[in-house]
Design a protein around this ligand. Structure first.
Ligand code: NAG
Ligand code: NAG
Ligand code: NAG
Ligand code: NAG
Length: 547
């Protein structure tokens, strides 16, 4: 072999090694930010020192968007999307983007998991999305996130949509660990009047907005996001800095109804579709709200010692023109488009080498409780008598350490009607009832890079943004998803385009056994006490059960 061939060969091998290293490395740093980060680090060394020398616990600013599509943030905005979120992008690109991060497919379930650190299936809440007439709320069998943070000395404030139940007074935010509350108790409301209408024999459009424990109509006519942003800014401005701050802000954006002040909509006159234009405006408003809040944090001198978290509660809704490209499905389904969330953590407290990273480690919304309590606030969970399903993933977010999470139960819901078992299913798998877990049942589990989906699932469409000029690739139209047993290699196929169940029957059996085990550990769906005449008085929704 001559020298030239040897050199070429060596260079090629080195290239391969680099390629493999990059592929197996779980996170990719965003190169363009590392220089700026290195500079910023010098100025952030002194953060968190209070007068007496012991470091002050970090402030936690938790920003929860509502129904925000996976593709409807600037740092995804793929497939010809015209959505713009410049300020959110700025925070995301200078923070850690969570790119393998999951929530539940609907509003209450995600919030229940967030507040308890548990899977909804293990609390009997796998099916229910709380309605104003449901007599239940987040289980009281354990301390929830704000209670734990309050124990650690935090001032705790909740703003925005609650949707964790209010049938009993003891369910209200101020009885569940928050010092103050301003927002709607229900899952949705008119964004201007804050009234929640439901269909009953009587026509009810009750006020849903509360200040602490009292219904209030003082904000009628003001758009919800402006009310909430102002409240959040006031909380920050008047915060007593001797305490750490936990601010939980659950926006109504971009949940229906499709309304937004005209000035936000008119920024997107280049989008022809009216609903998509409103969606773009709502998202831009969300972006502006987060900017105003961050500016206030800086003015107050809290920013350097804060951890800012941004996440959606579930995927976008297609009829409302939310977009989850390149993922399959939408809100309400266990397809990736329903549960894979757009999220990031932004904090000067994280070392420069992680700021700018796309973190590809598996994470679930139930991880926030242990992550914030143990990882960020340096507390412990020894007083929680219930077994948590969440992990403290702070070392994986802030230090790029390997995540302890290998398995993620997306859900098992025996309340959903079984899927039909077709002759094709029978041909592949034999009798459904003879399998370790009956795949006619609605469930999904993630194990490492793989995902098994069974039973009836909702809308399985993969769609481009309506304003897109691009063409849907043929691979997005595959039909393997229609089988009862679907196995996907999510790592290489996030759009769930290639059902590999037939090619890996042993793997399918192994994961069905895992589902059986997870189901055994789960709880039966709770019975809901529903009273359509209750919960409404004097023009407002009210707690209607005696404690
Ligand atoms: C609400 O009150 C009712 C009636 O007293 C009680 O049976 C129920 O357990 C309470 N529910 C919650 C969630 O506290
Ligand atoms: C953000 O601040 C600007 C400037 O003060 C203001 O015009 C805008 O309405 C604020 N937006 C929100 C959502 O609070
Ligand atoms: C956990 O925290 C509690 C209260 O802050 C404290 O009393 C206890 O010693 C801690 N336990 C451990 C194992 O650190
Ligand atoms: C409704 O208003 C009346 C008159 O102000 C008051 O007496 C009553 O207690 C209120 N009812 C409820 C359930 O708040």
């Amino acid at each position: 072999m001559d020298i030239r061939r040897l050199t070429v060969c060596l260079v090629y091998q080195l290239f391969l090694v680099i390629l493999i290293f990059r592929r197996t490395n779980c996170s990719e740093p965003n190169r363009r930010n590392t220089k700026a980060n290195a500079q910023r680090d010098k100025s952030s060394k002194k953060v968190g020192d209070s007068k007496n020398g012991t470091p002050q616990k970090p402030n936690i600013i938790f920003l929860l968007a509502d129904d925000l599509g996976f593709n409807d943030v600037g740092w995804h905005a793929d497939g010809g999307s015209r959505i713009r979120t410049p300020f959110l992008d700025h925070l995301a690109y200078n923070g850690v983007r969570l790119e393998n991060y999951y929530v539940q497919p609907k509003c209450s379930p995600t919030r229940n998991s967030l507040m308890t650190g548990r899977y909804v299936a293990n609390m009997g809440l796998q099916h229910v999305n709380f309605s104003p007439v449901d007599g239940l709320c987040t289980p009281k069998t354990q301390k929830i996130l704000p209670e734990k943070l309050r124990d650690l000395g935090y001032a705790t404030h909740a703003v925005g949509k609650w949707h964790l139940g209010f049938s009993n007074k003891s369910c209200l935010p101020t009885r569940r660990g928050f010092d103050s509350y301003l927002g709607i108790l229900t899952g949705t409301a008119n964004h201007y009047t804050h009234r929640r209408r439901i269909k009953t024999k009587r026509k009810i459009a009750g006020n849903a907005l509360y200040v602490n424990e009292t219904p209030s109509t003082a904000y009628e006519g003001q758009f919800c996001s402006h009310v909430y942003t102002k409240r959040a800014m006031d909380i920050i401005s008047s915060h007593d800095k001797s305490k750490p701050l936990f601010l939980y802000l659950a926006f109504e954006m971009v949940h229906s109804p499709a309304t937004v002040p005209k000035i936000y909509q008119s920024k997107f006159n280049n989008i022809e579709d009216r609903l998509r234009r409103i969606m773009a405006g709502q998202i831009y408003l969300l972006n502006e709200a987060v900017r105003n809040i961050t500016v206030t944090l800086k003015r107050k001198g809290l920013y350097q010692n804060s951890v800012i978290i941004f996440t959606s509660d579930n995927g976008g809704r297609l009829y409302q023109r939310g977009n989850n490209w390149p993922l399959r499905g939408e809100k309400g389904t266990l397809w990736e488009g329903g549960i894979r969330s757009a999220g990031f953590v932004h904090s000067q407290l994280m070392p420069p080498f992680v700021r700018g990273m796309a973190n590809k480690q598996l994470m679930h919304v139930s991880d926030w409780l242990p992550t914030l309590v143990e990882g960020v606030a340096k507390g412990n969970l020894s007083d929680l008598t219930v077994p948590l399903d969440g992990y403290n993933v702070w070392p994986s977010i802030a230090k790029n350490k390997r995540s302890p999470r290998k398995v993620l139960l997306h859900n098992i819901d025996q309340t959903v009607a079984n899927r039909r078992w077709t002759p094709v299913d029978e041909f592949y798998w034999g009798k459904a009832s003879a399998l370790p877990f009956d795949p006619r049942r609605h469930a999904a589990v993630r194990i490492g890079e793989w995902k098994l989906v069974t039973g009836k699932q909702g809308n399985a469409a993969i769609v481009l943004p309506v304003e897109s000029d691009e063409e849907l690739p043929e691979s997005a139209m595959t039909t393997g998803w229609s089988r009862a047993v679907r196995l996907y290699h999510i790592e290489s196929d996030p759009g769930e385009r290639y059902n590999l169940a037939g090619a890996y029957p042993d793997r399918v059996m192994k994961y069905l056994r895992k589902l059986r085990q997870l189901q055994k550990a789960s709880q039966k769906p709770v019975k809901i006490l529903r009273n359509r005449q209750a919960g409404y008085a004097n023009g407002s929704w009210i707690p209607w059960l005696e404690d």
